[in-house]
Design a protein around this ligand. Sequence first.
Ligand code: HGY
Ligand code: MN
Ligand code: MN
Length: 436
Amino acid sequence: MGFEAPSSATILALSQQALERCDNLALHSEEPGKITRTFLSKPAREVQAKLETWMKESGLSTRVDAVGNVIGRLEGNSPGAKTLLIGSHIDTVPNAGRYDGILGVMLGIAAVRALGAHKLPFALEIIAFSEEEGVRFNVPFIGSKAVVGSVDRALLEKTDALGTSVAQAIVDYGLNPNDIPSAAHKPSDVLGYLEVHIEQGPILESRQAPLGLVEAIVGQSRVNLEFRGQAAHAGTTPMNLRKDALVVAATLVLEAERMAKTIPGLVATVGTLEVEDGAGNIVPGRVRASLDVRHSDDAIRERAVADLLDFTWHTGQKRKVNLDHQIKLEQRAVPMDGLLTEFLADALEDCGFKNKSNLSTLQTSFEKVASVHRLSSGAGHDAMILAGFTKATMLFIRSPRGVSHHPDEAVIPSDVRAALTVMLEFLKKLERWQAN
Ligand code: HGY
Ligand code: MN
Ligand code: MN
């Protein structure tokens, strides 16, 4: 019973292959010289083709569902067994790094390859979610929402900057929105969900820990704001007669930072700010901005959003600038599943302390794992959608310098090897759990 953990040489080769494949997929971008790959874009189709090839080579049967998720399936040793989902996303933010999302999919394929001919008492599905970042339609998690069956009409009717709806983008890609219901799993068919992802922050590095256990994913609010003042001549309009939309937007930027610095655990970001028909010699009349607010406590997050909107509205009134806002996302904080997370903790400890023979090359980095490092995720992940549907757990890989959502995003190869080793140990624990 149970599969033998592969040799460290095999782990080395498979994790190296996963990293090389991240490099390979980084070449598929909407912007030459940068990594930008949004929902159902042309580069997404190129990535889909490569994923299917790599999945098939690894013994997985593949399918592409109605929102462009690429799924590789490996049957278990007993028909009708439940399915463990392992996945992450293949879309990116603009000018992204090469590991955010993608690495979790590559390691899922690597874990299947490490199993060799061994059959688990459950099926495996490696899922490459087509959309998590929310860049094109300003609504995240389309891929994982399709898998849990929560894509609704309102989501399908959202439009991108060119006025194309999600539904139309699906049709343009050659898929059929009417097939979306069949993309959903039944909760009873699913054993659980594992997502391996870079931390995208500085915590693990500050603790000299290669890996970490995610206990919860913070809640996030995304708001679009429009400031409507009055465009005017920059030379002839006296300061006291201006209705300057950008000044009001700027007060929001500073107030968001001030508030987040005073409330522990709160982060608030105005990530986009655009002046409509802006020019150096025009007093800005109309400005659009985004606001991203996150906290592990939903009440604190919601209160912060309300206070920021109230502050900005009153500032606008004083300056005769009107404010419209649209809440684009209200995602509650999500705890990870206790049982699966303890299996992951056991796997981490085993790897760090009990299986040194397999990890001799990793000993140095593992010796720094004084204990299993637990942390919450400031970044959103597909796991927060899956957590409402099945048992979900996440393994973090250290982000050198905490850099992410940037081309300098990096990983340490020995940490990736360690993550693959832990994934295999995790599968062994699930195997024992299912056997009893
Ligand atoms: O924005 C996020 O939290 C994630 O990178 N999608
Ligand atoms: Mn991201
Ligand atoms: Mn991500």
